[in-house]
Design a protein around this ligand. Sequence first.
Ligand code: ADP
Ligand code: MG
Length: 448
Amino acid sequence: MGTQIWPAIKLALRKIVGEAAFTNWINPLELTSMDGATAQFSAPTKFIGDWVARNYGDAIKIEFAKQGINIDRLNFATSAVNRAVKPTTAPKTERATTGSADLPGAALDPRFTFDNFVVGKPNELAHAAARRVAEGGDVSFNPLFLHGGVGLGKTHLMHAIAWEIKRRDPNARVLYLSAEQFMYRFVQALRFKDTISFKEMFRSVDVLMVDDVQFIAGKSSTQEEFFHTFNALIDQNKQVIISGDRAPVDMEHLEDRIKSRLQWGLVVDVHPTDYELRLGILQSKQEIQAGRNPSVEMSPGVLEFMAHRISSNVRVLEGALTRLYAFGSLVGRPITLEMAQESLSDILRATDRKVTIDEIIRKVTDHYGVNLTDMLSARRTRSIARPRQVAMFLAKKLTSKSLPEIGRRFGKRDHTTVIHAVKKIEELRSIDNQIANDIEVLRRMLEG
Ligand code: ADP
Ligand code: MG
């Protein structure tokens, strides 16, 4: 019996390994000869041969056995023919000088650098990991998986890594693309029966970055291909960086083996921003805006107000600042608190955390160990009056209620009492650490 048995065996393997794996791995193989118990194959690339030997070797032997042929060795040679007819992949030496120029990645945003990335508690781990990866050397976090909500800087960090790697080594082959683009390329390759150069291209990179991987969860053949690409690169010690909107374990429709493989490296969470980080980001972006709009003045307190009130995501925060500057330069007025409140009202409404006065009163009474009746009573002893002022202050800062409304909710007090309370706490906050601390703790509890 000779090599003509191969089509029948292929057919059987197709049922066993599934359509996607069959197309990618089995179909490109040719059985060139059989010599005793050794089957000799030709594979388009060494990678495919190795992969098949490792993953489908036993299945192939079993299928031979079913046909009454005892095979205990599989050899894979690389088919020279296939290589010669494939002009899409440049030889290695040529590659070395072209860097990433021939790679079909997405463009990198020149603003998304480490220099422009503001570091705070919520993102310090992600930032440190990104830095480490960008510095190269021993690949210790492979893959690096960054996850977190929308607009928290995942893409920014990925681009920053790419820029830094390219800066250190202009010849490094860095491929950054969204999972959606990855899928698009893969589908194109399938359509044009060009999966081999697709595979080779991806496997020729030094660093692969795939953004928003959640996009391919549930898309089985893309997932499969992604998994193979990913494994191949990691096996070759190439750096892989992936982002997603949640941790691998929490991704539905992502195969378990992919989830577990994604966790082999380092999984870091980009946490939601806190007030300090938002303020830091605003300050850094404001410098840029101020440079572009030198005639527009900004009143003190506007950035703080924005950092307090817009907590959803950094993209929205940036957009809000850009809008204020655009507005300021158009109408030729300084950016004041009132102007900000007015021109950002839609954003403020949308991101209103809906902290209620009741909630504030409850948290404040708990925090200071006073009781609710006293808080809302007319009593003016310091031990009651101070917490009451703190609560009023927080009601003013964290809700959109008017002064008279706040006054009414605090035992029918006048709005001037509320103004006084806000001023008083504002003053105390800058001289009394205890008060500043209390407010911070309460604000966090209420916002969190
Ligand atoms: P994600 O990919 O997590 O959805 P992006 O990386 O696209 O978020 O960030 C959204 C916007 O916010 C970008 O313009 C980015 O530059 C900015 N941004 C996010 N985090 C920071 C940060 N820590 N410092 C500076 N800019 C940031
Ligand atoms: Mg992103």
